[in-house]
Design a protein around this ligand. Sequence first.
Ligand code: ADP
Ligand code: MG
Length: 690
Amino acid sequence: MQVSAETPVQFLKGVGEARAKMLAASGIESVRDLVWFFPFRYEDRRHPTRIAEIGRHIESPVLLRGRVISARAHISPLKHLKLFEIVLEDGSGGVKIVFFNQNFLAEQIHRGDRLSVYGIPRATVGGHVQIESPDWEKFEGAEDEEGAIVPIYSKVGNIPPKQLRRLIGVALDEGLPSMADELPAEVRERLGVGPLVESIDAIHRPKELTEEFLRSRSPWHLRIILQEFFAFQLALRIRRAGEEVRRKERRIEISDELREEVRRVLPFRLTDAQKRVLKEIADDLQSDRPMYRLLQGDVGSGKTIVALIAAMIAIRNGHQVALLAPTEILVEQHYQRISQLLDDSVVVAKATGSMNSGERRTLLAGLRDGYVQLAVGTHALLEEKVKFKSLGLAIVDEQHRFGVEQRQKLFAKAAAPDILVMTATPIPRSLALAMYGDLELSVIDELPPGRQQIRTEVRTSSAAERVYAFLEREIATGAQVYVVYPIIEESEKLNLKPLTAGFEKIRKRFVRRRVAMMHGRMTAADKEETMQRFKAGEIDILVSTTVIEVGIDVPNASVMLIIDADRFGLSQLHQLRGRVGRGERKSWCILIHDEDQGAAGVDRLRLFAETRDGFEVAERDLEIRGPGEFLGTRQSGVPRFRFGNILRDHDLMEKARDAAIDLLNEKGLSHAVEVASKLLGSDLAAVTRD
Ligand code: ADP
Ligand code: MG
């Protein structure tokens, strides 16, 4: 029978129904799947050890080659174990090899056979050396023939490793040579990679184990990495192109009048970085394709004002703007800041879960008939009922708090809205590229002038009293402080005990100070009131969970004290740290950890204390926790690749992205879709659906 990539595995020799099922359970259904099932390590079995020398290799694997001089199956009288024992002899000496509960081997291995054995010599109680249940193979070549480098695959059901290797070998021999290369030749050339067939074969059956090969960075591995990166980036681009075919109807103009108004409204001079990204955004707004841009910047770099100017541009051109924020506190803060800045020249409305039905009706009507020009809201903005007259620009603040579907809901509220998403915590470029390869990237890489340096200190809990004394002195100068407990607001079961206990402790310690508590279980109105009082300086110490993590702006706060700091991710700590140092006051971030915190945990905190740059913190956090954890459970869209590592290989990701853009530009969307579906099959739908 002619075997091709499409041939189902059950048509291969040695695959019955049971094995086909096991293979399918591991995602292997066709010959193609089989050859794409790569080894995760290799064993070099080329150089046999002389049996006389195995005493020097106790507990480390050796390859032996010799003749079976005795073979005997019996049941051990002591433990009722079925034993099959052979003695292998190679001219230098002999060794006993024992197989447990595999007495069927007596049918397969006979006295006089020549075997290749790969196993671990162990010293027995009696002082002999023996090898237990090794890998073995009948050795048919000449005595001095080289052995092989053996690929080791992860387990598939209970298919014996040797059988699995054989099966893959058959697929490689019979199915691989005729397999089509799914990367078009011009893409291959652009990526600088060789043919697929050769690469797959080399990864399964390497001739040499070079250091580069073992790091999965040989030219053959690069071919696989780049193919996967390219397919992913192409899919992202296709998704984006699908949105772009809808050209914008609206015309955006930036008149001198509008420029003048913006200048009038601005309470400060924009930094050069703010000006640069603003220009990028303004260009997008004026083009006839919808904007799709990610705005990044460190905590406190001034993303909000940039977004607001973008909003003004849309509004003055007759369009509505939606600003989505993750918490009611943040919505309130944006609302107030906008109202302050714009006076009555723009009609702004809030949309939150705590609106009463009257407020809700007014809002819905105002959005529908276009009276409301700017809507600031939480998830409440996403409801089906919320309809805009003419939504021109959708802005998502702290976008990592929202899932892809939620963003999609907002974007669906207009024909082709311009979209600006902002991150709370900087995402390293590598991850941004991997996750948001379809977004243009703007980065504010400069802080506004006059920012206070925040000193970060690491202390053990035994130093708490000294820290409190320090807080006392700070408060005496009129400053305010935050105390944060590690209660993650997103978890289902919110256990507030550590927080309430902490609150009581702080209250007792600071009897003459105004201490308040805040957490996610409070009603929105209570939270808001507490926050307002803190902003107004009516609270000295705010004891809180991470609800204050994102975006809160109180310039008079000068100390961020974080309890059990080791329980936070570095990026989260950086967010919290960013809550202070926002005004004139010299500011501190103090991290308290348990006495018995391991050295690694303390090192991590020290590292954080020394790192001020949010992008750098993010890189380290990402290294330590990996992309899934780093982004939190809400963001599931981190792609996985066979050999590619989105952190280490960002240059390759960039290359793949450029090649994807080129292909799309040069050959058009339908060709790109064709290429992508060959590369990804049904996975294409998964990427483009998001
Ligand atoms: P983030 O990027 O973290 O969202 P914000 O937009 O909240 O930061 O800005 C942080 C603070 O810096 C705010 O109080 C804001 O008014 C102020 N700010 C922003 N841009 C400038 C600037 N160019 N000059 C001075 N202060 C600025
Ligand atoms: Mg912000």
